[in-house]
Design a protein around this ligand. Structure first.
Ligand SMILES: [Zn+2]
Length: 147
């Protein structure tokens, strides 16, 4: 079961102009994480089996894919949530914006408005120094994964 989550974010520009937005994402249950991991592992090992037929390249591809299968499956299993997008209004140009959520950069972080190319800061609402563990989230809906 995949839970859709949403969290309020503050979108701020340098001149103390600020608007609010929403961070969207998904949270995976243990069962869903296991299914994703097994799917990744099987896919990579099937690719390894197919790579056996490729002359010369199979010396590299087959061992690489055989090792990548369990490694990426473990990584995928450990992924408990996936942030997808920030939706809101640019405080500078007032255009509606949808930005891909940067999951590698620690929050808050700076990004560019796709309309006016102005610098905007995305931060979790409520607090100026909020870490991931302290976030206040809302579960929007729970949905069965698509097949
Ligand atoms: Zn803008």
């Amino acid at each position: 079961m995949v839970q859709k989550i949403a969290q309020a974010v503050a979108i701020t520009a340098k001149e103390d102009r600020s608007t609010s937005g929403t961070l969207h994402g998904s949270r995976f249950t243990r069962h869903e994480r296991l299914k994703r991991a097994i799917g990744t592992w099987i896919s990579l090992w099937l690719l390894a089996a197919a790579a056996v037929a490729i002359p010369i390249a199979h010396f590299v591809l087959v061992p690489l894919l055989l090792v990548a299968g369990p490694v990426l499956a473990y990584w995928r299993y450990r992924t408990t949530e996936q942030l997808s997008a920030v939706e809101g209004i640019c405080p500078l140009c007032r255009h509606a914006l949808i930005l891909a959520a940067d999951t590698r950069t620690p929050w808050p972080y700076w990004d560019l408005c796709p309309h006016c190319r102005g610098n905007i800061q995305l931060a979790f609402a409520d607090s100026k120094d909020v870490r991931h563990a302290d976030r206040q989230e809302t579960v929007i809906e729970e949905m069965e994964p698509k097949r």
